[in-house]
Design a protein around this ligand. Sequence first.
Ligand code: ADP
Ligand code: MG
Length: 242
Amino acid sequence: MSLLSLSGVRCDFGERQVLRGIDLDVDRHEVVALVGASGSGKSTLLRTVNLLEHIDDGRILLGGEDISDPRADADRVRSRIGAVFQHYNLFPHLSVLENVTLAARLVHRMPRLAAEERARELLDSIGLAEHTGAFPDRLSGGQQQRVAIVRAIMTEPELLLLDEVTSALDPELVGEVLELVRRLAGEGTTILMATHEMAFAREVADRVVFLDEGRVLEQGPPAEFFGAPREARTREFLARFL
Ligand code: ADP
Ligand code: MG
């Protein structure tokens, strides 16, 4: 059984059909890259999985549980999922350590000392040990995104959602964030990530899914997807990155 399974997921905003029947499975330990033009529905799709967006039809299963059931406990579902977005991930008025430990303590009831110990370990492993007391505005964008990712994995979520976590960064800061994602992928973290980093998707993803106007138009292993795309729309999309 897949860890995550979307079937027939639709999402409309008024007249605009943004997700038009998405079928998508993500297996445990799989890294799936979601690619597609701006406006194709990538963020909306990720938001539906995290129950931050309504769906008009279809079903979303997480570990076999129907999380799209209106009776599902949204907070509990979100506590099983780590999510990092493009912007504004950290609380500006909290230190790095407080940012990383807050949800773990409040939502997951992790004792303060245990949370701080794990946070320090993780921050140390990405070279941010000496910044635990700093406020986010003292860190570079790349450091901030890495802190946000560390926060998202504090409680070892079943699934990590990453929505273009590098697209707001200066080019020289992208590499350090991708390096952390690469490491998590290598450790077996299940990841569903929207990205415009095609070289990275090719290297790290087990599968690439191409979203076109709210539909999964094509998907496959990176070598096939990038090497021999079947659909004209896919080729057209990929040509922009050459
Ligand atoms: P992507 O992440 O692939 O760029 P999005 O999921 O952000 O695409 O957006 C897909 C489409 O849905 C866009 O046309 C966007 O304007 C529209 N959309 C997203 N969120 C809303 C909303 N809350 N209200 C109305 N339209 C929205
Ligand atoms: Mg988006």
